[in-house]
Design a protein around this ligand. Structure first.
Ligand code: SF4
Ligand code: SF4
Ligand code: SF4
Length: 180
């Protein structure tokens, strides 16, 4: 029997009590994801957004993670240490209910990529730039099936091709290749 494969899970822990809404994390992410890197600053490119509700003393940094075609018609409200938060305050979706997490040029949904780079960063940019230590980065190794490793490698490969050539060019290349 083959040995189980391993993969690294990257996590960012958020300590809400330390966030002051300075938005340095958003700026760092936007600049890192400019094309070419660091060449411009467009906040719409940020894969992290700080939900700010000053009246209720709420500051919630959330990272983009996936797309949803429709907004929720039913939502939850959470009470944490006496403060009431809506589901949307913690939701990482690129969702029609708000104008976030959409690539400004193409309109495609944005997703946090943990600042994947070559060579790898020691810590993601948003973590490095948070002077309040609200964001803490960690890695853990978990066992997974071989199939999942292959799928993960394929997704990483496709993501880096899209980053380099654009989604349309990659889609056209796949169409051409599958017709051969
Ligand atoms: S932001 Fe998230 S929770 Fe709010 S409506 Fe959209 S999908 Fe639902
Ligand atoms: S980990 Fe990187 S890509 Fe993700 S939100 Fe932070 S800066 Fe942006
Ligand atoms: S940089 Fe840190 S303190 Fe500032 S908004 Fe982002 S998470 Fe909050």
């Amino acid at each position: 029997m083959s040995k189980p494969a391993k993969k690294i899970i990257k996590e960012i822990k958020v300590d809400l009590s330390k966030c002051n809404g300075c938005r340095a994390c958003e700026k760092a992410c936007a600049v890192f994801h400019a094309i070419p890197k660091y060449s411009s600053f467009n906040p719409a490119r940020s894969r992290i957004k700080v939900v700010i509700d000053e009246r209720n003393d709420q500051w919630v940094p959330i990272r983009a993670s996936g797309f949803t075609a429709a907004e929720c018609s039913g939502r939850n409200n959470y009470v944490i240490e006496g403060k009431e938060y809506s589901t949307c305050a913690f939701c990482p979706a690129s969702c029609p209910s708000r104008d976030w997490f959409k690539e400004p040029d193409s309109g495609l949904p944005l997703k946090c990529d943990m600042c994947e780079d070559v060579p790898p960063l020691e810590e993601p940019m948003c973590v490095q730039m948070c002077a309040r230590d609200c964001l803490t980065y960690s890695e853990k190794e978990v066992e997974v099936g071989e199939e999942e490793v292959v799928r993960g490698e394929m997704e990483m490969g496709v993501a880096s091709l899209i980053k380099k050539y654009g989604a349309e060019a990659v889609k056209n290349a796949v169409n051409r290749a599958t017709k051969r």
